[in-house]
Design a protein. Sequence first.
Length: 207
Amino acid sequence: MKKCTRCGTVKSELEYYKDKRTSTGLYSECKKCHDTRLRSPLNWLKESPTPEIAARLNIYAIQNRLKTQVSYSNRLLLFTLEELTSFYKKNWETFMKLHGVWKSHGYEYRHRPSLDRINNDGNYSLDNIQIIPIHENIRKDHVGKKFSTIHKLRMSESSSNKKIDRQRQEQLPDLLKEHSPYKIAKMWGVAPAAVHYWIKKSHSSQP
C-alpha cells in the first residue's frame, strides 16, 4: 500500500504508474491524480476552479495573444501571475457567478469567463482589467475596431480634397473608364481613399 502525495489517499501499488527514477519504482501520486494533473487547465477550470488555475490560464492566453500582436500592438503585460491570482481572489464571487452561467450552458465557449481590458487602448494592468463572458469581450473588441476603422476613414476623407486638385477631379470620370481607382491613385501618387472619396462625392452630387 502507498499514500498518494496529492490526494492523501492510501491505495494499492497497482493504482500507481511505474517510475524507475524513484526509490519505490512508482510515481508519488496515484494514477487518478496523475491523469487529472496532466489534463488541460481548461478542464481543471470546469471541474474544480481555483483562483490559481484561472490566473494561470489567463496569463498563458494573454502571453500568446501578445506574441501574435507584436508586429502591430504596443500592449504590455504589467502584472505577475501572483498579482493576477490575488485579483481573482478579490473578484472570486463575480467569477463564480459567471462560471455558473458557463456551466448551465454546457460549458459553451461563448459563455466562458474571460479577462477583458476595460480600455482596449490600454495595457494589461490590474486597474484596467475585468472579468466578463467571452462573447461580451469579443463584441466589445469588435465595436472598438469598427469605431477605429471608421474614424481613420473619416480622417483620410477629410484631408483627401487637398490631395486631388480641380483638374484631376475633372479628369477622374474619364480615367475610371480605363483604370481602377487603385491604379489611378498609384498614377497620381495619392492614397486610394482620396480617389474613393471623390468617386463617392461625384455620385452623390448627381441628380
